[in-house]
Design a protein around this ligand. Structure first.
Ligand SMILES: [Zn+2]
Length: 120
C-alpha cells in the first residue's frame, strides 16, 4: 500500500469515521469489515474531487474542529510553502479558480489531523 492509499484510509476512518472497505474475496464485491456491497472497484473515496473534500469539511465542522484546523494552518503556513493570506484562503475554499488539486487539500487535512491527534 503506498503513502497516498494510507492517507486515504486514514481520512476515511479517522476524520470521516466511515469504513475503508476491503474486499473479502475476489469474486464478490463485499467488504469483509462492514459487509457492505459496492459497485465501484473498491467502493472507497478517492479524495481527488470536490465531493470528498466537502465531506471532510463537513465532518470537521460537525466535530467542532474548525478552529483547530485554522490554528494548524496558521502555524503550518508561517514561512512555509503557503502564506496564510487571501490567496491561501481562496485556495482552501476552492474559490481561486484552480479547484483541480483536491488531493493536495485532502492531504493537508490528513497532516493537520495527525498533528491534532499528537497534541491530545
Ligand atoms: Zn466496509
Amino acid at each position: 500500500m503506498n503513502t497516498w492509499d494510507v492517507c486515504k484510509e486514514y481520512l476515511t476512518e479517522k476524520v470521516l469515521e466511515e469504513c475503508w472497505h476491503v474486499q473479502g474475496d475476489s469474486k464478490t464485491p463485499i467488504c469483509y469489515k462492514c459487509a457492505s456491497y459496492f459497485i465501484e472497484p473498491s467502493g472507497n473515496r478517492t479524495f481527488d474531487n470536490i465531493r470528498d473534500l466537502h465531506a471532510l469539511y463537513s465532518a470537521i465542522a460537525k466535530k467542532g474542529l474548525r478552529v483547530s484546523l485554522l490554528e494548524y494552518l496558521l502555524l503550518e503556513t508561517t514561512g512555509q510553502k503557503w502564506e496564510f493570506d487571501q490567496r491561501f484562503i481562496m485556495w482552501l475554499f476552492c474559490v481561486d479558480g484552480s479547484p483541480d488539486d483536491f488531493k493536495e487539500r485532502c492531504q493537508m487535512i490528513a497532516k493537520w489531523y495527525k498533528w491534532k491527534e499528537g497534541k491530545e
